[in-house]
Design a binder for this molecule. Structure first.
Ligand code: ATP
Length: 357
């Protein structure tokens, strides 16, 4: 097992795209680490650079105590599982799983035995003689995992390994992956653009934008205290409300209403300065009658979330979304008030978090 450390790791593709811009990162030994971000932010490039499939343009990369910046992929002691699993269609499950052992010149009897044992750990014993085309998506994923595990690598690299599964299989596979990673304790880097997946699986998450890390933290830190408005609007099943406001002595004034914020150390917020007031839809309570310190509006959209409703109000502050429980009657055109939970309000200045509960 091994930690992964990058030091100002940079990748510029021919043509000038700066896919990685001086990334400094340590993935701890045994950690389950997610790289999250919108399409094109550099997640896959970072993973492929750690794997050695892309050569970096600058900076350094270490796995454990070894500088592997210039080490070829085959000598890095990492195993990568690709989005499409990249199984060999003409080989059986047993042959696919044994393949990396064959490359490492392990004797035939030994590799057959090891491959069968690893496949068995993943519940594939009944499928050893089948070919990938004769397996379900979930079974194929397990074959890809078994192949990655067969050599006992120090590091697992997963590139969206769940994205080809249907919604139900995806949840099952997610739980399975988490359990497997815990049991094996292998340092794992996982690329996804699905924030729910990252929150559910990872010990820590790096949220990327344009080749840079915009926040690195535990799932609850990234959810509860997004460090900037980019992360605030990216994380969460419904985006955070980000409203223009002005600092006043007792809170933030938004569209003429004074909204409460958590008590702050003196001097962090300056009376009269422009800020952005952030509050998640889950932390706004619905009131059908006027309440001081709330956001008024007319109900424009009601979306059924199953266990609750996502209500969009339009009022002086613009559009505000709040989650309302399923039993509360809310109709289009109703007047409503969104009452913020003071301890969950966040304040951003120039896009960066100033203060939070
Ligand atoms: P996605 O979620 O869509 O897979 P990503 O976050 O994994 O996106 P990358 O694939 O790492 O993003 O791409 C980062 C940037 O580098 C993008 O702007 C992309 O267009 C560019 N890029 C990726 N591969 C190459 C390449 N081989 N040549 C030139 N530019 C590339």
């Amino acid at each position: 097992m091994a930690a992964i450390t990058t030091d100002r790791l940079t990748k510029v593709y021919p043509g000038g795209v700066r896919a990685l811009d001086e990334i400094d990162l340590t993935v701890e030994d045994g950690e389950f680490f997610a790289l999250l971000g919108p399409s094109g932010c550099g997640k896959t490039t970072l993973l492929r650079t750690v794997a050695g499939l892309e050569e970096s343009s600058g900076g350094a990369l270490r796995i454990g105590d070894v500088d592997v910046t210039r080490t070829p992929p085959g000598s890095r002691d990492v195993a990568m599982v690709f989005q499409d699993y990249a199984l060999f269609p003409h080989m059986t499950v047993a042959e696919n799983v044994a393949y990396p052992l064959r490359i490492k010149k392990v004797a035939r009897a030994k590799r057959t035995e090891k491959a069968a044992a690893t496949a068995g750990e993943l519940g594939l014993s009944d499928y050893l003689e089948r070919r990938p085309g004769q397996l379900s998506g979930g079974q194929q994923q397990r074959v890809a995992l078994a192949r990655a595990m067969a050599c006992h690598p120090s590091v697992f690299l997963f590139d969206e390994p769940l994205s080809n599964l249907d919604a139900r299989m995806r949840l099952e596979a997610r739980t399975f992956l988490k359990r497997l990673q815990r049991e094996l304790g292998v340092t794992t880097v996982f690329v996804t653009h699905d924030q729910a997946e990252a929150l559910a699986l990872a010990d820590r998450i790096a949220v990327m934008e344009s080749g840079r890390i915009r926040q690195l933290g535990t799932p609850s830190e990234v959810f509860r205290r997004p460090a900037n408005t980019f992360v605030a609007s990216f994380i969460g099943s419904t985006p955070m409300n980000l409203l223009d406001g002005v600092v006043r002595q007792r809170g933030i004034e938004v569209a003429g209403e004074l909204l409460p914020t958590p008590p702050e150390p003196a001097g962090r917020l300056v009376d009269g300065e422009k800020v952005v007031y952030g509050i998640r839809p889950e932390y706004l309570l619905h009131s059908p009658t006027a309440v001081p310190g709330s956001l008024a509006g007319e109900v424009r959209v009601v979306e059924n979330l199953g266990h609750a409703q996502l209500v969009t109000l339009e009022g002086p502050a613009g559009f505000v979304q709040l989650v309302v429980d399923e039993d509360t009657p809310v109709a289009l055109g109703d007047r409503g008030f969104a009452v913020p939970r003071q301890d969950r309000a966040l304040v951003y200045r120039d896009g960066e978090l100033v203060t939070s509960g």
